[in-house]
Each structure stands twice: as C-alpha cells, then as structure tokens.
Write a protein that binds this ligand. Structure first.
Ligand SMILES: Cc1ncc(C[n+]2csc(CCOP(=O)(O)OP(=O)(O)O)c2C)c(N)n1
Ligand SMILES: [Mg+2]
Length: 537
C-alpha cells in the first residue's frame, strides 16, 4: 500500500480515533485512510479551530486526538491552537503534509514551527520506516504527554510500503515515588493542623485517591482552573484556587499551614502570585515530572511520583484519622453565595453577574463548559457549576482569545451526553465565528453565550484608567445574534433576565438547532479577578 495509507492505518491502530482538520491535497489520502480504518473525522472551517477541537477532545476524553493539516499554510493556520496544546502538555498528534522542496510555495520550516511553540517535531523519513515512525509518534504523545507534529513529506506519500502489523497501543507507566519522599510527605500531613490539597491537571481522574487521603488527614480540597470540578459534591470542596476563588475559599487557603499541590504547578494564577500561601505555610508539590517541581513556587518538599499512586501510598502509611482542617462545617464557599453585589443591570444592558447566576440556575447540571479569555471570563467560571473535571475545559495556557468556541466543540464531542456551553466575549466570538458553522453542521445542541460589551474589555479596563485613547479597542455595536442566525442558530439578544425566557424554551424544546445568546452586558468596571491580576503585575 501507499505510505500515506499505511501511516493513516498505523495511527488509527495506535489509538487515534478522532481526527479534526481541514483537508487539502497533501493530507487527503492520509485522512481518508484514517477514516477507512475507523477513525471519525470532523471538518473544521479553519485549522486554528481544528487544532483546539483536537486539544479539547483529547483533554475531555483522556484519549489522543489528531489534527490533520495541509502542508505549510494549513500548519501555520493551526499554530496558536498547537501552542496551547503543547503548553498544556496535551497528548495530541498533529499530522501535517510537508513540502520538503524549498522552491515549493508551501515550503516552511515545519520543524522550527513546532519547536518554537514547544511541540515535538518528528518525520516520516522513508517508505520502509514509515509505519514504525507513525507508531513512535503516537507513543511519544502518550508516554511523554506531548503534542507531537508528525511531518509526512509529499515526496514519500505515494511510495509503496508494507501494510502495518498490529502493535499494542502505547500507554503511560505510572511513576513510582521514592519511599523516603512518601514518608516525608506522610510526616508533614500528620503534623499539619490545616492542610489543603490543590489538585491540578495531573490529578484529573484521581478523585478517589485524593479524597480518601484528604479525609484521613482532614484536608480541604481545591483545584486549579484546569481541574475545576474534580471534587464536585464533596462537602470539603473549596472549588477553584486562584483568581477565580471566592473570598471565603481564598481565606481558607491563606490560613492553611500545609499546601500540597497534586499534579499542580502552583503558578501565579492558581496561587494569586503567592498571596494564597500564608507566611508560615509549608508547601509540597507532587508531580510525576521532576522538572516541574519548584518551578513556580519555593517548596519545602517535592515528591516525584504519580498522583494516584503517591496518595495511595501516603494513605497506607498515614495511620489514624485526624480532624485536621475539618473541625467545623465549611458552609457554602460558592462565589454566588458569599459575594453580595448590587445588580447594575440598566434595562439596556445586563449585569454579567446577574446573567451568570441566572444561567447557572437554568442549565441542566450535566453540562460541559468552555470559557474563552477576556475580562468577562471570571463570571461564568465562578458562577456556572460543573459536574466533574470533564465538565470544564480551560484552554488558557497561551492566554489566547478566540479558542473558546472550538474548545466547546471538541469537549462536546468527547462528552456527548452533556449540554455543551461555550461562553465567549464579543472579541473572541468574532475572532472564531467561522466555527459556528461546524457547530450547526455537526448538529451539536450547543448553547453559545456571548458577553457582548462591544469592546476588548480587558484592554479598555487595563488602559482606560490611565487616560489613554481607546479607539483601537472599542467597536460599534455588532448584532452577533444576527450572525448566529446566519449560521443556522436560534438566537436572542439579552438585555435583562426576562429575555432569558428564550433560552428556557430552547432548553425545553428538541434543541434541534444550536442556540446563541447575544448578551449586551454592563461593563462599567473591570471584573474583580482582572483588577487583581493588574495589581499582581
Ligand atoms: C490571540 C489574542 N490576541 C489578542 C489578545 C489580547 N487580548 C486579551 S483580552 C482581549 C479582549 C477580549 O475581548 P472580548 O473577547 O470581547 O472579552 P472582554 O475582555 O471584552 O470581556 C484581547 C484583545 C489575546 N489574549 N489573544
Ligand atoms: Mg468584549
């Protein structure tokens, strides 16, 4: 068979069952071979969207998805999404055709592109080695948790090679922690009076082990934004640690005498530039990648080990249960319960807090939420609860706007039994609007909510107080509801809570078309988390 077909078959057999992309001449045969071998292909309208769909799908399904792109321009279009995936250590495969001939219009240095954003470039180098190289690319993505660019030169694609033979699918081995490090951790846990666990990306999927250990030592439970939802329903859950923490959550973390980051970098966002760590708190990090230890924060102990395994071993060694930080009932720590605010809705514009709380009350609990970047992003992130860590997909490692809609598409496909909700600013929505077509074409019953302030609000609030001219970051009103209707959505303009009746009737109906809410939001002042982020800088 042809190399392109053999590579496609080998990738599918190695576990890549979901492919997103834009197909051109260079990736046509390869993509079709993957479909013929049983993979599902979703055509995005822009490679940037396809990249983030693959990233979100990988994260929310725990499998390796692929992005398939045309040589050169197909890859450059996808670079922002690839950078996000690489920074997030999403095990993901980018399959790119490659024009190795320098005089080709399509030629760019694809290796350099990948390397510059932290992805791992590999290549098919001959017909004989093609299948093994394709299998190795998937193995690197899985075992090293990397975003891998597999370049498939056009000059090799039509050569003949042998059909791939089945290989076992690659999997990642749990890193066994050193016994002395586990003993040191157990000792600190025993001595702590107010321990708090902060679970990050590496803790996703390990709820039980962490809950059991926390119960034994009386720890309170929190997460970083990328693990939001992990402890949903646990009476000792503090929710998100960091800028999106409620004042009560922040207070409790700041008062901890021991903070253990589980698969969590404890970066400036999760720890509010360190402000959430009390002056006398001991800080521990457990991570299966030794190079992640102590990078963002000074730590007193680093444990190199798998989160689940380390927590299980610490529990075995711990001994008798202690009260720890669980002497008194927590009460609600939810932002909406502990932050009082005056509704600033005007009749023409709705207060984003009022909007977010009303949505939380309306939407079914089984939801999967994606939030884009911007001033607005804190409101839905803190107000909309999610059922578990696969109910929240946070593609913000690159802090790019415009990834939210594609994130919601990938997450929706990975969690098909949940209501997909994309929450976007008007800037991010208009940057990525082209993928509204993909939502409608796939028949996804998605709710898209745009917090529309007719501005790059984050920039307005950043520079407005300094008296700078703001014409570069403010826009005339745009009827985003009309744009939604053009793409086949049902749509409504929301200026007050009463207008959300249209969403209620959509929720109660067959949801045969997706729904877009163009919410004209009040934006007189920056959101609290943005103000804090400005102060932190
Ligand atoms: C790709 C990209 N371009 C520019 C920026 C800088 N930026 C950060 S927030 C923002 C404004 C976003 O506007 P919008 O989506 O309307 O949300 P808002 O801040 O108004 O709530 C911009 C331009 C960015 N983060 N990413
Ligand atoms: Mg805006």
């Amino acid at each position: 068979m042809k190399v392109a077909v053999a590579v496609g078959q080998a990738l599918t057999a190695a576990g890549v069952r979901q492919v997103f992309g834009v197909v051109g001449s260079g990736n046509f045969h390869l993509t079709n071979a993957m479909v013929a071998a049983g993979a599902r292909f979703v055509a995005a309208r822009h490679e940037g969207g396809a990249a983030t769909m693959a990233d979100a799908y990988s994260r929310m399904s725990g499998t390796v998805a692929a992005l398939s792109v045309h040589q050169g321009c197909g890859l450059t279009n996808a670079m922002t999404g690839i950078a996000e995936a690489a920074k997030s250590r999403t095990p993901m495969l980018v399959v790119a055709a490659e024009a190795t001939e320098p005089r080709s219009n399509f030629h760019v240095d694809q290796d350099a592109l990948a390397r510059s954003v932290g992805a791992v470039p590999v290549r098919i180098t001959s017909a004989e080695t093609a299948v093994a190289e394709a299998q190795a690319a998937v193995a690197t993505a899985v075992r090293e948790r990397r975003t891998v660019l597999l370049n498939v030169p056009l000059s090799l694609q039509a050569l003949e090679t042998a059909a791939p033979v089945a290989e076992p699918r690659p999997s990642r081995n749990a890193v066994v922690p050193d016994a002395a490090e586990v003993a040191a951790l157990t000792d600190l846990l025993r001595r702590a009076e107010r321990p708090v666990f902060v679970a990050g990306r590496g803790a996703r999927g390990h709820r039980k082990a962490l809950e059991s250990l926390a119960e034994r030592c009386g720890a309170l439970l929190a997460t970083s934004a990328v693990a939001h939802g992990l402890f949903h329903g646990n009476p000792w859950d503090l929710g998100i640690s960091g800028g999106f923490a409620s004042p009560r959550t922040a207070e409790l973390i700041r008062d901890a005498d021991l903070i253990v980051g589980w698969g969590c970098a404890l970066n400036m966002w999760t720890m509010r530039h360190g402000q959430l760590i009390g002056p006398d708190a001991t800080v521990v990090q457990v991570d299966d990648d030794a190079s992640a230890l102590g990078v963002h924060r000074e730590i007193q102990l680093g444990v190199t080990g798998d989160v689940e395994l380390t927590a299980t071993l610490a529990l075995e060694a711990y001994g008798e249960q202690q009260v720890g930080y669980r002497a008194a009932e927590l009460g609600s720590v939810r932002w909406r319960d502990v932050v009082a605010f005056d509704d600033e809705s005007t009749g023409e514009r709705i207060d984003p807090r009022t909007l977010s709380i009303a949505l939380d009350d309306m939407l079914p609990a089984e939801r999967v939420l994606a939030v884009d970047s911007g001033n607005f992003m804190g409101y839905p992130s803190v107000c909309l609860s999610v059922p578990d860590e696969n109910g929240f997909c946070f593609t913000q490692a690159f802090q790019s706007i415009g990834l939210g809609l594609a994130t919601a598409i990938g997450a929706a496909l990975a969690q098909p039994d949940r209501l997909p909700v994309a929450v976007l600013g008007d800037g991010g929505a208009l940057m990525s609007a082209v993928e509204l077509d993909t939502v409608r074409r796939l028949g996804l019953p998605m709710l898209v909510v745009v917090y529309n302030d007719d501005a790059y609000g984050a920039e307005v609030h950043h520079f407005g107080p300094g008296g700078h001219a703001l014409e570069t970051v403010t826009f005339p009103p745009t009827d985003i509801a009309a744009i939604g209707r053009g793409y086949g959505f049902e749509a409504v303009i929301v200026r007050g809570v009463d207008d959300l009746a249209a969403v209620a009737s959509w929720l109660n109906g067959p949801r045969s078309a997706p729904m877009l809410v163009d919410a004209k939001v009040v934006a007189e002042h920056p959101s609290w988390w943005l103000e804090e982020a400005f102060r932190g800088h």
